[in-house]
Design a protein around this ligand. Sequence first.
Ligand code: 16G
Length: 195
Amino acid sequence: MGAPDITVPPSTPDNDIPLYDPKLLAELDWSKVSYMKDGVTSNQPGHGLKVRPLRRGDYDRGFLKLLEQLTKVGDISREQFEKRFEIMRQNKDHYYVTVIEDLNTGEIVASATLAVEFKFIRNCTKRARLEDVVVSPDYRGKQLGKLIVTTITLLARLIGCYKIGLDCKDAMKGFYGSMGYGCEEGNANAMIIRF
Ligand code: 16G
């Protein structure tokens, strides 16, 4: 594991503001999850690790650098980050960015987002999307991918979404398939226009 190139921010009421209520994570029902080894869950993620909502102070904990593992992020200023964080936080019930922190270094080492779309269909239901899944290269092979993805899946269920979906590269189909995600017969076309 490389030394972190971050200076951990002090714990202040402002830095510690979570994007969503952390109590939700304590309520996740892991009882039917059979593929995690060593009893790992979001409540027991392993020594020195913590699964928690994104916090306002995570700008200084390598969160954006981590996202660069996934795609282009851009040169985001603290002000931009905090503005986007506040928009997400105020749109309560829509954005659940969830991270894994290495408590020894203070670094964010994995992240995934539950994005929730409100609908009229199916009695005004909610549909979930699993987005921006990323694990630091230094922490691969420790189940953190499965841990963060399953945390999001269970969270979607807990808050009452009727389904959860994702887009991914072909090479990742096996990974998501191992946690119950799959293509529906006759209904497996994700179409996009890039602007
Ligand atoms: C992947 C991600 C998606 C992310 C996109 C970014 C998962 C399950 N899928 O499809 O959430 O937004 O990559 O790539 O994490 P892009 O910048 O090329 O759209």
